[in-house]
Design a binder for this molecule. Structure first.
Ligand code: UTP
Length: 296
């Protein structure tokens, strides 16, 4: 089995749920406390042992590549002014990853975005991280999933348990729970209005074989006129075992306003520099029951 080393970050969507903030600024560059949303995803991939990182870009998103690039002038200025802490933070970001960028010329959907990475990925398994699904976890979510992939050699997607009412808002898997957080998937249903096949929702982490590319090439436009990744995954399910992994941690949909606000509060409370003062501030608003280490 070829080792997993590649991760694809689809970043070419319009981010309409966050308008007007994301009219010009890519939503992947909105800060969660002091790091752009995408950086959390990049750190998760690196922390899971993946170092070939491919970003699917579109027009107007160059700030993403600039963020991870060297900024010689800024670094020189910080050096001259002996701002060593800031310098080391800037250097850490500009050297953490060499991103490969591919272009999606038209926002034709997530499936189409992933397909644009086909040549850059090559004939190897790869992960997909949707950057606006931010996951706070003790162990990176992709690393948790990677173990299942390495044991089985089969596709793995991250799952989250949701309430019965919430099943209408997610892609929901059908199949059976094997135990040990593993779910054997036999089908997927997009936003079921009635009779959800389970309470496990698909979230934005996938480990896939290259066999998904020919399936994506054949996938016609589906819901919303877009080429849906889920449609190709349903085909992939038919070709053999396909697993879900109920990851440990908390996921935020930072691509919409409320999810972004929740993530900001939880990340701020855990931040080494501002966490304690922020907690004091929240306590001044809401009383003393702001817990020390919010995660679940
Ligand atoms: P989303 O639906 O969350 O992102 O797609 P969006 O389309 O940018 O946002 P809204 O719904 O308009 O607010 C999931 C991921 O897929 C990427 C997005 O950038 C996001 O990371 N995507 C989506 C693409 O790269 N290309 C597309 O054509 C669509």
């Amino acid at each position: 089995m070829t080792a997993l080393r590649t991760c694809v970050f689809p970043c070419a969507g319009f981010g309409t749920r966050f308008f007007p903030a994301t009219k010009v600024i890519p939503k992947e560059m909105l800060p969660l406390v002091d790091k752009p949303i995408l950086q959390y995803g990049i750190e998760e991939a690196l922390g899971s042992g993946l170092d070939k990182l491919i970003v699917v870009m579109s027009k107007g998103k160059d700030a993403i590549l600039d963020h991870f690039d060297r900024t010689a002038e800024l670094e020189r200025s910080l050096q001259e002014r002996k701002k060593n802490d800031l310098l080391s933070e800037v250097e850490t970001v500009s050297t953490m990853a060499d991103l490969i960028s591919v272009r999606q010329k038209e926002a034709l959907g997530l499936g189409h975005a992933v397909l644009q990475a086909k040549d850059a990925v090559g004939n190897e398994p790869f992960a997909v991280v949707l950057p606006d699904d931010v996951i706070l976890a003790n162990e990176p979510c992709l690393l948790q999933m990677r173990r299942v992939f390495e044991e089985t050699g089969r596709p793995v997607i991250a799952l989250m348990e949701v309430s019965a009412a919430e099943t209408t808002r997610y892609g929901i898997v059908a199949g059976n729970m094997l135990g040990n957080r593993r779910f054997h998937i036999t089908d997927m249903v997009e936003k079921p209005k009635v009779n959800p096949p389970s309470h496990y929702a698909i979230i934005g982490r996938y480990i896939l074989p290259p066999d998904v590319f020919p399936l994506l090439e054949k996938t016609e436009r589906g819901a919303g006129g877009e080429i849906q990744l889920t449609d190709a995954l349903r085909e992939l399910v038919r070709t053999g075992d396909f697993y879900g992994y109920v990851f440990e941690g908390k996921r935020y949909d930072a691509g919409e306003k409320l999810g972004y606000l929740k993530a900001t509060v939880d990340y701020a409370l855990r931040h080494p520099a501002v966490g304690s003062e922020f907690r004091t501030y929240l306590q001044s608003l809401f009383g003393n029951d702001v817990p020390k280490n919010r995660q679940n």
